[in-house]
Design a binder for this molecule. Structure first.
Ligand code: AHR
Length: 334
C-alpha cells in the first residue's frame, strides 16, 4: 500500500478510535489524503515538511542536526526542510507551501505561541497531520495538531529557580533576567517557572528583565546595558546557554569575573554552555534536550500507520553543576 493510501487508512482508523473516545487525533480528511500524490510523490518515502525556527543558538543547531540526521531516505523519509530565521511569517509561508505540495506530514517548531489557527486549519482541511516539535502553540483547538513533543519549559525555569533559592537564597540577591524570544513558549514558560520557584524568598529580587532573543550577540548587548544601569548585580538568569555566554563576554569586558562576582544560571546544556560550566564561568545549567529527531520519526511512523499517538510527549531533562558538567562533557552528544 502506498504511503498516502496508508495515511488514508490510518485516518479512517483514527476517526473510528476517536468515535470510541480512544484518541484525540484530528479528524483528517481521509479522502483528501487518499487522493493526494502530485508534486511530492516520493515512491514509498514519507514526505515531511519541517519548518524550523531558525539558527539562533547551539541548541537549535543540535536540534536541526538531529532532525536532518534522522529523517533520511534510508529511514524512509523525504525531508523538506526550511529555516524561518526567527520570523513567524516565514513559517506560515513554509507551511502553506507544504500544504500546496501535499506533503504527507507537516512538523514545525513555532517561533511564537500565538497566531497559528488559520494556517493549521488550512492543513487540517487538506488532510495533512501536523506535529509540533519543541515549542507549543496557544490554540484552544487541540484537533489542529496530532502531537506535541518537547520539554516542559515551566519545569526547566522552576528547576533553575529552585537551585538559586537553595544555593544562593540565604543572602540578598539581585537578579537580572535574559529572556528568550518575546512571545515564544520557552520564554513565557521559563520566566513563569523561575518566578514561581523564587516567589517565597524575599531575599531574591529580579531587578531587570529583557529579551536577548536566544542569541549570544543580543545576550551580550542586553547584559552590557544591565551592567551600565545597575551597579550591583549578583546573578544572571539566562533563558538559554547562548545568552548566558554572551553575558559572560559582557561581564569580563566590565572587568568582573563571571561565575564568581556575578553568578550565572542558564538552560540548555549544549557543549559551549557545559564547557563554561566546567570552567566555573556558569554556575548551574538545566538541560533542554534537543535530540528530538528519533522521537519525531517514531510519531510520524505511527501516524502514517494509523496508530494512535500521545497528544503531549514530554522530554525528560537533567540538570548540571560544575562537577556533573566535567563528568558529562567527554561523552556529550551536543
Ligand atoms: O525552544 C527551545 C529553545 O530555543 C532553546 O532553549 C534555545 O536555545 C532555542 O533558541
Amino acid at each position: 500500500m502506498g504511503r498516502k493510501l496508508a495515511a488514508a487508512a490510518a485516518a479512517v482508523a483514527v476517526l473510528a478510535l476517536a468515535a470510541c473516545g480512544g484518541t484525540t487525533e484530528p479528524a483528517d480528511d481521509a479522502t483528501a489524503a487518499a487522493d493526494g500524490g502530485g508534486a511530492t510523490s516520493s515512491g514509498d518515502l514519507v514526505v515531511v515538511g519541517f519548518s524550523q525556527v531558525g539558527a539562533e543558538s547551539g541548541w537549535r543547531a543540535a536540534n536541526t542536526k538531529s532532525i536532518q540526521d534522522t529523517l533520511t531516505a534510508d529511514n524512509g523519509f523525504d525531508l523538506k526542510f526550511s529555516d524561518a530565521q526567527q520570523k513567524q511569517e516565514n513559517q506560515i509561508q513554509a507551511i502553506r507551501s507544504y500544504i500546496a505540495q501535499d506533503v504527507d506530514v507537516i512538523a514545525f517548531s513555532p517561533v511564537v505561541e500565538s497566531g497559528w489557527d488559520a494556517v493549521l486549519e488550512e492543513a487540517k482541511a487538506a488532510g495533512i497531520p501536523v506535529v509540533l516539535t519543541d515549542r507549543a502553540v496557544d490554540s484552544q483547538d487541540e484537533s489542529l495538531y496530532v502531537s506535541f513533543i518537547g520539554s516542559d519549559f515551566v519545569l526547566e525555569g522552576q528547576m533553575a529557580g529552585e537551585w538559586v533559592v537553595e544555593n544562593l537564597g540565604s543572602e540578598p540577591l539581585k537578579v537580572v533576567e535574559l529572556q528568550g524570544t518575546t512571545g515564544s513558549a520557552p520564554a513565557i514558560d521559563r520566566k513563569e517557572g523561575f518566578e514561581a520557584a523564587i516567589a517565597g524568598n524575599d531575599n531574591i529580587e529580579i531587578i531587570a528583565s529583557q529579551t536577548g532573543n536566544f542569541t549570544r550577540t543580543e545576550g551580550k548587548a542586553v547584559m552590557e546595558g544591565f551592567l551600565q544601569a545597575n551597579p550591583e548585580i549578583d546573578l544572571v538568569f539566562a533563558h538559554n546557554d547562548d545568552m548566558g555566554l554572551g553575558a559572560i563576554e559582557a561581564i569580563e569586558a566590565a572587568g568582573l569575573v563571571p561565575g564568581v562576582d556575578i553568578k550565572i544560571v542558564t538552560i540548555d546544556a549544549v557543549h559551549d554552555g557545559m564547557q563554561a560550566l566546567a570552567d566555573g564561568k556558569i554556575n548551574y545549567i538545566v538541560e533542554c534536550n534537543p535530540l528530538l529527531g528519533p522521537d519525531l520519526a517514531d510519531i510520524i511512523d505511527k501516524v502514517m500507520a494509523g496508530e494512535s499517538v500521545e497528544k503531549r510527549i514530554v522530554v525528560e531533562d537533567l540538570a548540571f553543576d560544575q562537577e556533573a558538567a566535567i563528568e558529562a562533557l567527554p561523552t556529550r552528544e551536543y
